[in-house]
Design a protein around this ligand. Structure first.
Ligand SMILES: [Fe+2]
Ligand SMILES: [Fe+2]
Length: 239
């Protein structure tokens, strides 16, 4: 794919989701900090922009999941996709993540004290994400769907109960950052989700679950921060 130094990480991933794997590998945050340019992000991460651009250029051929042009989807369909795919996954994944992280903190916490902190962070993410998704599903998303249908049917925009749609969006973005930071800390504490030689099967299972959870969170937050929210705000402002 063709990218420039000035494009933001969010724009690049929106263009082709295969770029996400490259950014993940380099620790470049394309969701919570997706508004920053490639050059700026690479400089901050201490890596060469040219090297990353070369990797991005090597993405060729028809994309698969990447073919889903989320930026071209109608907002109600995008909301439905986020809820059905990402919210459903988070709800399903959390109970076993919490149980497994608590279990390994109890069994291995003596020799691996970082697991106690991992357990606390998982519990925090579980609580925050549960209330976060509830707010999205019951307050923000239904309003965005109403806004989009009013626009499609040529009706006046609904009156938001929260002043402007940018208010709840801002709250959601702050909460995304909190979950993203907690997962980043877990990644650091576990040295990139590595199971030590004395780790048991649950240890390994838990780390794989955490790794998958972080990856899904990045895709989820990308769709909201970089596509859904800016489009909803533009719809409210410009109709
Ligand atoms: Fe969400
Ligand atoms: Fe969210």
């Amino acid at each position: 794919m063709n990218c420039t130094h000035a494009m933001t990480l969010g724009e690049i991933v929106t263009e082709d989701f295969r770029a996400a794997a490259i950014f993940e590998r380099h620790g470049l945050d394309f969701c919570c900090r997706g508004g920053r340019s490639l050059e700026h992000s690479c400089r901050d991460a201490g890596i060469s922009t040219e090297d990353v651009l070369q990797e991005l250029e090597a993405i060729t051929g028809p994309p698969s999941f990447a073919a889903m042009r989320f930026d071209k989807m109608a907002l109600p369909a995008l909301v439905e996709y986020i809820v059905d795919k990402h919210h459903a996954y988070v709800k399903e994944a959390l109970p076993s993540l919490v149980a497994h992280s608590k279990k390994i903190a109890g069994v291995h916490g003596g020799r691996h004290p970082e697991l106690v902190r991992v357990g606390q962070l998982v519990e925090q993410v579980a609580e925050e994400m549960t209330s976060h998704m509830m707010k999205e599903e019951h307050v923000l998303f239904p309003f965005i769907v109403k806004l989009a249908s009013a626009k499609a049917e040529g009706r006046p925009a609904p009156v938001p109960p929260f002043g402007t749609v940018s208010n709840p969006i801002h709250v959601m973005e702050v909460e995304h950052e909190s979950a993203g930071n907690a997962m980043f800390e877990i990644r650091e504490l576990t040295d990139g989700y590595k199971t030590p030689a004395d780790g048991c099967t649950t240890y390994e299972v838990c780390l794989r679950e955490l790794e998958a959870f972080e990856k899904d969170l990045h895709a989820h937050v990308h769709l909201e921060n970089n596509i859904l929210f800016p489009k909803a705000a533009a719809l409210e402002n410009h109709g």
